[in-house]
Design a protein around this ligand. Structure first.
Ligand code: 5GP
Length: 207
């Protein structure tokens, strides 16, 4: 069986990563997704084990110690990490998996899974990004400025991503992600195993 595709989505705060990934998962219900662990406190309405696994700093540190994360990073003062076991299991079984993580984490994944597909999302403008963060209403002014400043820094390092999507209309964003998945899964290099079998079988027929 071909290994599943690992799709990594990053992008600045307020870009709508969560909304877009949720819409993609609705469009592709067979897509596996990773529930990250975090030390940040839950926001109103967030449930443990649904949006995140909410951990104490001690528990998070213990998991780092036991190498239970594929990647982890300190983001805006809180720790976030991708639990290793479910992702590795899904990929082994041929299931595609989506990770919605920050750039530091994506970089670590790129080192471990160079064959992963890395997508960076952008808002149409900085004003739009600010509007979206303010609308969400979860950040204070300093935190909003911090988050807006981060995008300029991140853009300097965007070159190792494979794709960039300006996330304006959700349906268009979902279409683009679906196209990326289709194209990537059609790569000859990702289909090597069964193509080799095909070549072998055709040789057998001739002999
Ligand atoms: P939020 O607290 O707003 O849900 O997420 C803050 C940031 O943490 C976002 O940029 C999000 O993509 C990132 N993030 C969420 N989960 C993970 C993770 O498992 N690893 C890393 N490195 N970043 C994550």
């Amino acid at each position: 069986m071909t290994e599943g595709l690992l799709l990594v989505i990053s992008g600045p705060s307020g870009v709508g990563k969560g909304t877009l990934c949720k819409a993609l998962r609705q469009a592709l219900p067979e897509l596996g997704y990773s529930i990250s662990a975090t030390t940040r406190p839950p926001r109103p309405g967030e449930q443990n084990g649904v949006e995140y696994l909410f951990l104490s700093r001690e528990d998070f540190a213990a998991k780092i110690e036991k190498d239970e994360f594929l990647e982890w990073a300190l983001v805006y003062g809180n720790y976030y990490g991708t639990p290793r076991a479910p992702v590795e299991r899904d990929l082994r079984r041929g299931k595609d998996v989506i990770l919605e993580i920050d750039m530091q984490g994506a970089r670590q994944i790129k080192e471990r899974f160079p064959e992963g597909v890395f997508v960076y999302l952008l808002t149409p403008s900085l004003e739009e990004q600010r509007r979206r963060i303010e609308k969400r209403g979860t950040e204070n002014t300093a935190s909003i400025l911090d988050r807006l400043g981060k995008v300029q820094e991140e853009l300097k390092h965007i070159n190792w991503y494979d794709y960039v999507i300006v996330n304006d209309k959700i349906a268009a964003g979902v279409d683009k992600l679906k196209s990326i998945i289709t194209a990537e899964k059609s790569r000859v290099t990702r289909n090597r195993k069964w193509l080799d079998k095909l070549v072998k079988a055709s040789k057998g027929e001739k002999n």
